[in-house]
Ligand binder design. Structure first.
Ligand code: SF4
Length: 365
């Protein structure tokens, strides 16, 4: 059944168009700090904007060449109407680039509705209070759009659905290193969760987890962890590692950390729970505590019995480059075997990483 995840991911635009034809509104999220629970509670479908490797999108974005590929690519896709079914997008600031890309989208009326999610970078009491109000402001905007009131009950129900998704993801990631699931299949298990209705993804994950057994291993291959943001690039590195007899046995696709670790409280005030569930709990560079992120990577490597880790960043992404500079100190202090790679999301740029991946794998044997 694992192939279903890739099939559903590949058909994501068709699936969304069908859902839209059925009368449901669809809201895009630019990154993991957007509280999808709110969108769901408003009766709309939240989906993550995903990179599409076609140079025409980067070129068509008309953004400055030294901005990150992610922002250029998503902007180009929106101009090209790839996401013609969207009713709007919510952009939560994770870096200067995506914050200002929001302004450009707004200036050019790229979508009918654009909402900036003002997420504080601390979780002090004053920040939680502020963010609760921000969530209520956003809820008002979503209610106007969907025509559905976001009641406390609806929000609690939505939080519970995403909690179920996190619990199933956690189970999957616990089982994954010893289950023989290939890294490529695992990537689609993760990616499909960013674009499918959460109810459907929950049901698929439950069936998958029930079918996994801890019998198969990696047959003596070098075991690696992969940390990455861009899924196309991650897929290339997975294939490249396989060429040198290494298997990516666990991964850290940033959003996965979010889904895998944090359950949001479902008792008490749901607005406060949602605020607390997002502030300083999502691995956005510079917002999430560096120490926690480094420790999460260290512990995940250990649990998966990985021999080393590849840390892949996209060229011109200052946010992850700065984060890496701090994480690196921890990795060195903990004697973690790691390889940092930086490239653009193009086949030629990735191809140049071959030698480095090969020598890293060989150094671990
Ligand atoms: S975090 Fe990096 S890749 Fe993501 S939008 Fe910001 S600069 Fe681009």
């Amino acid at each position: 059944m694992i192939s279903e995840f890739k099939e559903r991911f590949d058909k994501r635009h068709d699936i969304c168009r069908e859902i839209k034809q059925g009368g449901k509104k669809i809201m895009a999220c630019f990154y993991g700090l957007v509280p999808k629970e709110l969108v769901q509670a408003a009766g709309m479908l939240p989906i993550q904007l995903i990179e599409n490797r076609d140079p025409k999108f980067d070129e068509g974005s008309k953004l400055l060449p030294y901005l990150c590929g992610m922002s250029k690519n998503l902007t180009g896709q929106l101009y090209s109407k790839i996401y013609d079914y969207l009713d709007g997008a919510m952009v939560a600031t994770v870096c200067d680039t995506n914050r200002h890309v929001f302004d450009i989208w707004q200036y050019n009326n790229i979508l009918p509705n654009l909402f900036l999610v003002r997420t504080p970078s601390t979780n002090a009491a004053v920040a939680v209070d502020y963010y609760k109000e921000e969530l209520k402001r956003l809820a008002g905007e979503l209610e106007k759009l969907s025509g559905r009131k976001i009641t406390d009950e609806a929000l609690l129900e939505s939080i519970a659905l995403f909690n179920e998704n996190r619990a199933q993801f956690k189970q999957f990631y616990d089982l994954r290193p010893k289950s023989g699931v290939s890294a490529e299949d695992a990537l689609y298990v993760f990616a499909s969760g960013l674009t499918l209705p959460v109810e459907e993804h929950n049901e698929m994950l439950k069936r998958l987890n029930a079918s996994l057994s801890p019998r198969k291993g990696t047959n003596g291959q070098t075991r690696l962890m992969l940390s990455a943001v861009n899924l196309n690039m991650a897929l290339d590195i997975i294939k490249m590692a396989a060429k040198y007899d290494a298997a990516i046995v666990t991964d850290d696709f940033i959003h996965n950390s979010r889904y895998g670790l944090n359950t949001i409280a479902t008792d008490g005030d749901p607005w406060e729970a949602l605020a607390r569930g997002y502030l300083r709990t999502i691995p956005a560079p510079g917002i999430y505590p560096f120490e926690d992120r480094a420790a999460y990577i260290r512990d995940t490597i250990k649990e998966a019995k990985a021999d080393g880790m590849i840390y892949l960043v996209q060229l011109y992404c200052d946010a992850f480059a700065i984060e890496y500079a701090i994480l690196k100190e921890r990795f060195d202090a903990w004697n973690i075997n790691y390889l940092k790679l930086e490239a653009e999301d193009t086949p030629s740029s990735i191809e140049q990483l071959n030698v480095r991946v090969q020598s890293f794998v060989e150094s671990l044997v």
